[in-house]
Design a protein around this ligand. Structure first.
Ligand SMILES: Cc1ncc(COP(=O)(O)O)c(C=O)c1O
Length: 427
């Protein structure tokens, strides 16, 4: 078995540490540990290791599921890994359909265990055509993978589209796995896929919408069959989530743990001890409201910037969440070339569009080892890997770059101002 290098992580590894401004982070700015009680007491494992049963039951209610159908994980990344370990690779011909461009692990991990077909989103608005998905599905398809809202494009697929994807997967006895890590950044969000029926699996965490990446706390919610298999694998991955993560996550998500019933919940809301009608804690509501407001404000700033430089070829499909996929300005050969020049001249990190496709390359490297080939992210036996479908053509992702705007507005403004100077200089 082989796994491709994670192109985005390699790119960040090369540039992020020394750069002045990170304009490629896909989540909202981080909250401060001082806003929470960070003392969980005894520093043992979380017991039981799949998470506190009462807290799991609280999370399960969001999906109309039971505590047994929820497994707490170290972030969405582990939730996705456990899902793929559970669904793909048992049989030689196990197959996954992955909607792309996407966060690389959603494609590379199933490609390491089985075979992957790619269904492309259609630019410029990155529309998902459920008919393409239908054409890609096979009798051996175990899972259809979407990320909604999508990273990197920010496209939020509509309820009808996701319902159609669910029906196609379920009719084929396959699962629809939806990575919903950005879902709550949308004020008007869809119901989670795990609430749609037995064939839905939702994965998420407190990383992107809440600004709590450092907790490394997330979960998977799906059928007991999938959850039990995920538990079996989890004994070999991380055993349990971090006890700090669960302790702080509970303060955010569990209405019963809302901070100081008599006082202020922090984040600008007066907390009166009550729980809002959706069963969401006041604290969670306050964090999400503040984050959505920051996202909306910053999205407008980026939108103005794009309008100012539209004659240079800059455009985007206005995203949901806090990352957008912009067209590379005229005069630059590729996303990679553009982003490299920006970081070298302006010390601003952007993410090349090539990181989100099906290339297996050393994108963070010096260019000499880039293969640039499409498809064939093959495992060692040569029988597995990725292939394009005949349906929906592959967009040229080298014509795009991802810009993350979840950072504090003043930092975003500094970044955009430097980017503007760069564009004015490089005509
Ligand atoms: C779609 C998607 N899923 C998962 C992750 C990783 O999330 P976590 O920090 O919860 O593991 C990311 C990070 O960028 C992401 O974009």
């Amino acid at each position: 078995m082989q796994i491709e290098p994670f192109a985005l992580e390699r790119w960040f590894d090369r540039y992020e540490h020394d750069a002045d401004i990170m304009l490629a982070e896909s989540g909202i700015r981080s909250l401060d540990s001082a806003d929470f009680d960070t003392d969980p007491g005894e520093l043992g494992y979380v017991i039981p290791t799949d998470g506190d049963p009462e807290f799991r039951a609280t999370i399960a209610e969001r999906y109309d599921r039971t505590a047994e159908e929820v497994v707490f994980t170290c972030g969405t990344q582990e939730a996705n890994l456990l899902a793929f370990l559970s669904l793909v690779g048992e049989d030689e011909d196990d197959h996954a359909v992955v909607v792309t461009p996407t966060y690389q692990s959603l494609r590379s991990v199933p490609a390491a265990f089985g075979e992957v077909s790619t269904v492309w989103l259609d630019p410029p608005d990155w529309r998902l055509d459920a008919e393409d998905l239908k054409a890609a599905i096979r009798p051996e398809t175990e899972v259809v993978v979407v990320n909604n809202p999508n990273n990197p494009t920010g496209r939020y697929h509509a309820a009808e589209t996701i319902e159609a994807c669910y029906e196609i997967a379920a009719d084929n006895d396959a699962y629809l796995l939806c990575d919903e890590v950005y879902r709550l950044l949308a004020a008007d969000h869809l119901p989670p896929v795990a609430s749609m029926g037995d064939r839905g699996i939702s994965t998420t965490s407190l990383t992107k919408a809440y600004g709590l990446a450092g907790l490394r706390f997330g979960w998977l919610c799906g059928s007991s069959e999938v959850a039990d298999s995920a538990r079996k694998w989890k004994d070999y991955t991380t055993i349990s989530p971090s006890i700090f993560g669960q302790h702080v996550a509970r303060q955010v998500l569990d209405p019963a743990f809302d901070a100081d019933p008599a006082g202020d919940a922090g984040f600008g809301v007066d907390y009166d001890g009550s729980v809002d009608p959706d069963g969401v804690s006041k604290r969670e509501a306050a964090i999400l409201a503040e984050n959505r407001e920051l996202a909306a404000r910053n999205r407008e700033r980026v939108s103005d910037f794009i309008a100012e430089y539209s004659e240079r070829g800059l455009s985007w499909h206005e995203p949901v969440g806090v990352n957008g996929f912009l067209t590379v300005p005229d005069g630059f050969e590729s996303g990679r070339a553009f982003c490299r020049q920006v970081v070298e001249e302006e010390s601003i990190v952007l993410a090349p569009g090539e990181c989100f496709g099906v290339e297996s390359n050393d994108i963070g490297g010096d260019g000499r080892s880039e293969t640039g080939g499409v498809g064939q992210a093959s495992a060692a036996d040569g029988t597995r890997g990725t292939e394009g479908t005949d349906d929906g053509s592959e967009p040229d992702l080298g014509g795009y770059f991802r810009l993350g705007f979840g950072l504090p507005t003043s930092e975003l403004e500094e970044g955009l101002s430097r980017l503007g100077e760069f564009l004015d200089r490089n005509r």
